[in-house]
Write a protein that binds this ligand. Structure first.
Ligand code: G6P
Length: 583
């Protein structure tokens, strides 16, 4: 989703802001823009598509002398992908960038039009700028406070006022940090954007207004100055670098053995983990791959701990009627900890007085801070839009919770071997390059499996479709006959995942059904007695706690190589955002 970076200080902001935008590319965007405050005027340059287009435009322009600027990557929500809709937006004396959605923008806009304001874009953001401008009478703090009190929805704003050398920031339900530099100060959607310049930052809390100049940052809450806790970033500049790999996605897949070993080590003293047996019911709520990780975990929780476990996508959960048993635990899974729907689901459970537990990567995120308890997976920075190492760690974290609950000390010994087995799979990644070469021209693909294998099918299918744009679906193998089998025709790739000993023969008989309709079968199994129908990859057999983990890189690599053969922008698939901070 949209990314924000701003700078005020001794340097010219251009390079700092462009570098920052590049580090925010992973969030997903379709246009970008920059505003540089000059001696006489504010220079605003916008471009559609990639940031290189903005850079080219900047190179061709006579850039003003400047010490203050804001920049933005836009992921279109209100209004199409046009330069007019790209940020920064300028109304009267106010120029701003915004991440979030102003839900009452339409009605506010009507009123502002009646008052004579002219709008140049279809965005909700321009309404925010117009409203701040309306209340601006030379007092920026008053204007921001008054305007935001009228806004519904979510926002992180970076704001500049004509003739004022300071940078202002405020947020609600969208992330924004303030960074303390040596020769200036920063605002950014996350620390990765400014990590090359500073590691010292603070989280801006809801409703606080930050005022930055080249020497200091002041933060006000309800008109009073507050002291912010400084955080030192643990990420390094390397985390936000491809380190020789062609894509972040491959770099991040290759990091899986290391981060998995770290997670097992971190939680080896498993008594410190929550014991799930004290709950009567568990709800796992998340979005996208995080939800699919939840489905794998739920299968283990029910199987091993005998606790009812429901998995829901957060966008449904937040609005549906949930009948809570008092002894329910709601587990929120999120890499970013900033997914708008997951945050709303967490707040719903908390409002009901239900205990919440986060399985989260970003330790400073909203979900990490607001949940009753948080388990950090320690994936480090994940840049590729399609999650890989964070997903495997989410699954592993849930496995550890199960192991702790059933108090299976033997499993901890086995855990130590898993990263090595994963490494062996990654060493033979060419095998999956071969699969990508074979299938990259197909229109449709299917994944079939039963039980926990079906949960893995969902993630495998999502990975393939989100980065290769091949239509792909996952089906419970036994359900094929009830409709989906009519889609099977000659050459359609069907990936069958067969690792559950108890139902392997059942799934295999479904494989035979699609094979007799001339589908191309790719079997991924842990059992070398399962027939090979053309392609078969056998992962090592391990206990059910860890079996899914060994399937993860296989499925991710199939998606990766297929997209690669298609020549697609693997790290930044079209229309997708890494961190979905709006509804
Ligand atoms: C987006 C990403 C997915 C991710 C999902 C949930 O759709 O592209 O990779 O699984 O959001 O994100 P979260 O940060 O909450 O795990």
């Amino acid at each position: 989703m949209c990314g924000i970076v701003g700078y005020v200080g001794e340097q010219h902001p251009k390079e700092i802001l462009i570098n920052g935008l590049k580090k925010l590319e992973y969030r997903g965007y379709d246009s970008s823009g920059i505003a540089l405050v000059g001696d006489k005027d504010i220079q605003i340059i916008k471009a559609l598509g990639r940031i290189v287009n903005l850079e080219e435009k900047l190179e061709k322009s006579k850039v003003v002398d400047s010490h203050l600027g804001i920049a933005h990557t836009r992921w279109a929500t209100h209004g199409g992908v046009t330069e007019a809709n790209a940020h920064p937006h300028r109304v009267g004396k106010v120029t701003l960038v915004h991440n979030g959605i102003l839900e009452n923008a339409a009605s506010l806009k009507e009123d502002l039009i009646k008052e004579g304001v002219k709008f140049n874009s279809d965005t909700d953001t321009e309404v925010g700028a117009a409203l701040i401008n309306k209340y601006y009478d030379g007092n920026p703090l008053y204007a921001i406070k008054k305007a935001t009190s009228k806004l519904k929805g979510s926002y992180a704003f970076g704001v500049i006022f004509d003739g004022d050398p300071k940078l202002y920031a405020i947020r609600k339900d969208s992330p924004l940090i303030i960074g303390y530099g040596k020769d200036g100060n920063y605002i950014a959607s996350d620390i990765a954007a400014i990590i090359n310049y500073t590691k010292e930052y603070s989280l801006l809390d809801e409703g606080e207004i930050a005022v930055l100049d080249d020497e200091k940052i002041e933060v006000f809450s309800d008109g009073k100055m507050v002291t912010k806790k400084k955080i030192t970033a643990t990420i390094t500049a390397e985390d936000a670098d491809k380190c020789g790999y062609d894509h972040f996605m491959m770099k991040e897949i290759m990091e899986e053995p290391k981060v998995l070993a770290n997670l097992f080590e971190r939680y080896s003293d498993f008594d410190k983990l929550p014991d799930l047996s004290k709950y009567k019911e568990i709800h796992i709520v998340a979005c996208g791959s995080a939800m699919y990780a939840g489905i794998v975990g739920a299968s283990l929780i029910e199987e091993k701990c005998n606790i009812k476990c429901y998995v829901e996508c957060a966008s449904e959960y937040r609005y549906k009627k949930v009948i809570y048993d008092r002894k329910t635990l709601v587990i929120l899974i999120s890499q970013s900890g900033e997914t708008a729907d997951t945050i709303a689901a967490m707040r719903k459970a908390k409002d009901e007085g239900i205990e919440t537990l986060a399985v989260v990567n970003v330790e400073t995120s909203t979900i990490a801070r607001e949940c009753d308890n948080a388990l950090f997976i320690g994936a480090g920075v994940e840049v590729a839009v399609a999650t890989t190492k964070a997903y495997i760690l989410q699954v592993a974290m849930l496995s550890m919770l199960v192991i702790r609950t059933v108090n299976d000390k033997k499993a901890l010994k086995e855990a130590k071997k898993i990263p090595g087995l994963l490494n062996n799979i990654l060493e033979h990644k060419d095998i999956f390059e071969g699969v990508g070469r074979e299938i990259y021209k197909v229109r449709d693909a299917f994944f079939i499996g039963r039980g926990i294998d079906y949960a893995m099918c969902m993630e495998g299918s999502l990975k393939l479709k989100e980065i290769s744009y091949i239509h792909s679906d996952a089906f419970q193998a036994g359900e094929l006959k009830h409709g989906t089998i009519s889609l099977i025709e000659k050459g359609v790739p069907v990936f069958a995942i067969i690792t559950d000993e108890n139902i392997k023969d059942k799934t295999e008989s479904n494989v035979v059904e699609v094979k007799s309709r001339d589908a191309s079968i790719y079997t991924i199994t842990n059992d070398d007695t399962v027939p090979n129908h053309g392609f078969r990859y056998v992962v090592p057999k391990v206990s059910p706690y860890f079996q899914a983990l060994l399937l993860v890189p296989v499925l991710q690599l199939i998606g990766y190589y297929t997209a690669r053969y298609k020549g697609l922008d693997i790290d930044k698939p079209r229309n997708l955002a890494k961190s979905v901070t709006v509804e």
